[in-house]
Design a protein. Sequence first.
Length: 290
Amino acid sequence: MTSEADSQPGDVTAAAGNPVVLYREDGPVAVITLNRPEYRNAQNSAMTYALDAAFYRAAADDDVKVIVLAGAGRHFCAGHDIGTPGRDAHESFDRQAGLWWDHVGKQGAESRYARESEVYLGMCRRWRELPKPTIAMVQGACIAGALMLAWCCDLVVAADDAFFADPVVKMGIPGVEYFAHPFVMGPRFAKEFLFTGDRVDAGRALQLGMVNRVVPRADLETETMALAARIAEMPRLGLALAKKAVNQVEDIMGLQTGMDSVFGLHHLAHAHNAEVGGDPLGGQTVRSMK
Ligand code: ZN
C-alpha cells in the first residue's frame, strides 16, 4: 500500500537500501508499514527496532494524531522470523524496552528470557502504551507473532481475506509471548484457538470481537484511513486519556499480571524443548508450521 520509502531515522536498512519499516504521514495520520513482503513481513529484530523507532517518531510528532500499522504486500505479517535469511535472533541491538541485559553471549534460558523480555513482551507492551490511537490494518495472514502486533494496537480493521492463527502449541508452547488471548477473544474461544491452532477468518474474528470491522480487501486502505481521519478530529489529550482509561481497566481486569504469569509458562515450554530436544522451538520450522 505504501509505495515510497521516506528514509528517516527509524528506518532500518535490511539490504540494498530497502528499509524493513516504512514511515509516511498523510495529514494527521502516520502510516507505519512492515516492509519485508518477500517474507510475508516476518518480524526479525531489525524490523522490531525499526518499528519501535517509527512508533516513537509518531508519538513525538505533534502533527500526528493517529497511527496506522500496515503490512506491505499480500499479507500483514506471518509472525516472528524463524527462518528467513535475515533472521537475526543472535545479534545485539541497542535495547529499548526495558533494562534486561543483552541476550547475546548468555546461555540457555537466561538468553531466551532476556531477549524475549525485550523484543517481544517488552516492545509490545510499550507500543500498547503509546498515548495516541493506533489502528492495525490487516490483510491476509496474521499469524502467531503477528497477532501481538495487531493486538497491541487499539483498533483492528481487517480485510475480508484476513485470517488469524496462533499455532505455537504445535511447538509445545502455550501461545505467543504477548498473551492477550483471553481478553481479545474470550477465554472459551481462546482455548479452541490455541488447542487447534486453526485459522480464524475475518468474519469469525469480528464475531469474537477480535477486530473492529471487516471491509472488502480493495477498500481496506480507504476505510482505515477514513476511520483514522475521523478519530484525528478528536482532541489529542482526550484521545490519550480515553485510551489510557480502557487500558487501565484491562490491566485491573488482569491483562498485565496475566501476561507476566503466562510469560513464565511460555519460557518453561522453551526450556523444556531445549532440554529434551536441543531446540527451544521444539524442532518446528517455517515449513512444518504451515
Ligand atoms: Zn518465545
